[in-house]
Ligand binder design. Structure first.
Ligand code: SF4
Length: 313
C-alpha cells in the first residue's frame, strides 16, 4: 500500500469550454479484465480504507483551494468505476460531495463508471445532493461492433445493457459521455479504424436520441498499453496506432451529428512514444495543438480546412 494520500491522478484541463478538475482516486483495482487496459497496475491490490479515501479527498481540496471560484466541472474516477460502492464507499462519496460545495463555480460533476453501477437509487441520491450542479456519467463503450468490443477487447458490455442505462440517464436528465476508441482492433487498417469510430458515434447518437439523453463523445486514439494482454497480439499483427490525422478525419466525419467531441491525447503513462499516435513518421505536432484547441472550444473551423487531411469518410 502507498504511504502518501494524494489521488492517483489530478489535474486541470479545459473540457468543452469548462475548467475541469480531473481526479482519479487510488482504490482497489478494477475487477474487470478488458484486454487493452493496464490501468489496474496503478491501483491497489487490496481494498483501500474509507479513512484513506477521506484523506485523499482532503488532500485534493487542500491542493486546489485556490481554484474554488473557477472550477466549473469536477470529473471523478478511480481507474475503474467510481460508482462501485465496494471500492469507493458511500461515506467517501458523501464526504466528496460535501467538500464539492466549497467550489462556488461548480456546474457539472462527472462520474466515470461501467454501466453495471449506473443505478437508479444511487444516482437519485447523487443528483439530490449535488443540485444545482448537472450530472454526467462517463462510460467506456468503446466500439459499436460486438465482436471487437466483447470478442477482442473483452469489455463485457452489450448494446442492450448500455441502451437500458442510456434510457435511465435520459429519464433523470443526466448526460452520457462515452469513450470511443479510434482503430480499436489490431486487425484494422487506418481507414477501417476511422469508419468504425464514425459508426460508433452514429450508434451512440441514435441510442441517445431515442431517450433524449444528452451525449458527449470522448474520442480516444488507441494506444498500445505496454503490459496489457492485447499488446502482444497488437505487436504480433504489426498494429500501428491511429495517426493524429485520423483523429481529425473522425471529428470531421462525425461533425454533421452536432455532438460535442473531446479527444484524449494522453496515453496515461501506459504507452511509450512507439505505442501511440506519436509513433508515425508524419506525426504533426501542430495538429495535436489544433485538436487541443478544438477540445477546449469546439470551434470546428480549426479542423475543417486543413489541406493535409484527406476526407476519408
Ligand atoms: S477498461 Fe475500465 S472496466 Fe475495463 S479493466 Fe480497465 S478500468 Fe476496468
Amino acid at each position: 500500500m502507498r504511504k502518501d494520500v494524494a489521488p492517483l491522478y489530478h489535474g486541470r484541463r479545459t473540457f468543452l469550454g469548462k475548467e475541469d478538475l480531473v481526479v482519479s482516486f487510488f482504490t482497489e483495482k478494477c475487477q474487470y479484465k478488458c484486454s487493452f487496459c493496464d490501468l489496474g497496475s496503478k491501483s491497489s491490490q487490496a481494498p483501500v480504507t474509507e479513512s484513506n479515501l477521506v484523506k485523499q479527498i482532503h488532500w485534493l481540496f487542500d491542493q486546489y483551494q485556490d481554484y474554488c471560484t473557477s472550477i466549473q466541472q469536477l470529473s471523478i474516477g478511480n481507474e475503474g468505476s467510481i460508482l462501485d460502492q465496494n471500492r469507493f464507499y458511500g461515506a467517501a462519496m458523501d464526504y466528496l460531495i460535501e467538500r464539492s460545495r466549497e467550489i462556488s463555480s461548480l456546474e457539472w460533476v462527472s462520474f466515470e463508471s461501467r454501466p453495471e453501477y449506473i443505478k437508479d437509487k444511487y444516482l437519485q441520491k447523487l443528483k439530490r445532493l449535488l443540485y444545482p450542479a448537472n450530472i454526467d456519467v462517463t462510460v467506456g463503450f468503446e466500439t459499436q461492433e460486438e465482436t471487437i468490443r466483447n470478442g477482442i477487447l473483452n469489455k463485457r458490455i452489450s448494446r442492450k445493457q448500455l441502451e437500458k442505462k442510456i434510457a435511465l440517464l435520459g429519464s433523470m436528465d443526466i448526460r452520457l459521455t462515452s469513450y470511443v476508441m479510434l482503430k480499436p482492433s489490431p486487425f484494422m487498417s487506418e481507414e477501417e479504424g476511422i469508419l468504425e469510430a464514425k459508426r460508433t458515434i452514429e450508434y451512440l447518437h441514435e441510442a441517445c436520441t431515442k431517450s433524449s439523453t444528452s451525449l458527449v463523445v470522448y474520442l480516444n486514439p488507441t494506444y498500445i498499453a505496454n503490459n496489457s494482454p492485447l499488446a502482444a497480439l497488437m505487436n504480433r499483427m504489426g498494429y500501428k496506432p491511429p495517426k493524429i490525422q485520423s483523429v481529425v478525419s473522425t471529428i470531421r466525419a462525425a461533425n454533421s451529428l452536432g455532438i460535442p467531441i473531446y479527444t484524449g491525447l494522453w496515453s496515461e503513462k501506459l504507452a511509450d512514444e512507439n505505442g501511440d499516435y506519436r509513433s508515425h513518421d508524419d506525426y504533426d505536432k501542430e495538429l495535436r495543438r489544433l485538436i487541443k484547441q478544438f477540445n477546449a472550444t469546439q470551434n470546428f473551423d480549426l479542423l475543417s480546412n486543413l489541406q493535409s487531411i484527406q476526407k476519408n469518410c
